[in-house]
Design a protein around this ligand. Structure first.
Ligand code: PNS
Length: 162
């Protein structure tokens, strides 16, 4: 049974994430979407439970996907769950340096390989951080996140001073 991890902060899940998760699920028996508990980059907009719930709804149609949380090293989580691969999406050359460095570090630490999927072109500009920013200032994020995520973003920023 070949299991792969799709790791990230998913704050919130975008259609770009979903594209990578759905396509990965065609190549592995099982995909574990590994949601980091405490992203280092920013204070999370959504709680862990909210991020999990949104991911669950977004991936409900993909039978071989499950959502788990992790903290600490991704490769330790991978070993605990018998995952033999990590899958990441590459949007642009700008992603490459950091992703390559992480892939090589993870390989060195554990022997676990990272597989890169090219993001579908219609999502190559998308990131959770930009989606958060656009939604915060009242911009329309339709077609960038699943509808239920858009609704939550609208709800989150309704009546708040940006
Ligand atoms: O969605 P993000 O924030 O780009 O995801 C980054 C993530 C969670 C995949 C990355 O930060 C990670 O793997 N963190 C876990 C800690 C770890 O294993 N660090 C060493 C990586 S070489």
């Amino acid at each position: 049974m070949a299991t792969a991890l799709c790791p990230g902060s998913f704050d919130p899940v975008t259609l770009g994430h979903l594209d990578i998760i759905e396509r990965s699920a065609r190549h592995f028996d099982e995909i574990i979407v590994a949601v980091i508990r405490n992203p280092q980059k920013t204070q999370s907009l959504f709680s862990l439970e909210e991020r999990q719930q949104m991911l669950k709804e977004a991936t409900a149609h993909v039978a071989n996907v499950r959502i788990e949380f992790f903290k600490g090293l991704l490769v330790d989580f991978a070993k605990e769950h018998g995952a033999e691969a990590i899958v990441k999406g590459l949007r642009a050359v700008s992603d490459f340096d950091y992703e390559l460095q992480m892939a090589q570090m993870n390989q060195r630490l554990s022997g676990i390989d990272t597989f890169f999927l090219s993001t579908s072109p219609q999502y190559s500009f998308l990131s959770s951080s930009l989606v958060r920013e656009v939604a915060r200032f009242g911009g329309d994020v339709s077609g960038m996140v699943p509808d239920h995520v858009k609704d939550r973003l609208v709800e989150m920023f309704r009546g708040k001073d940006a």
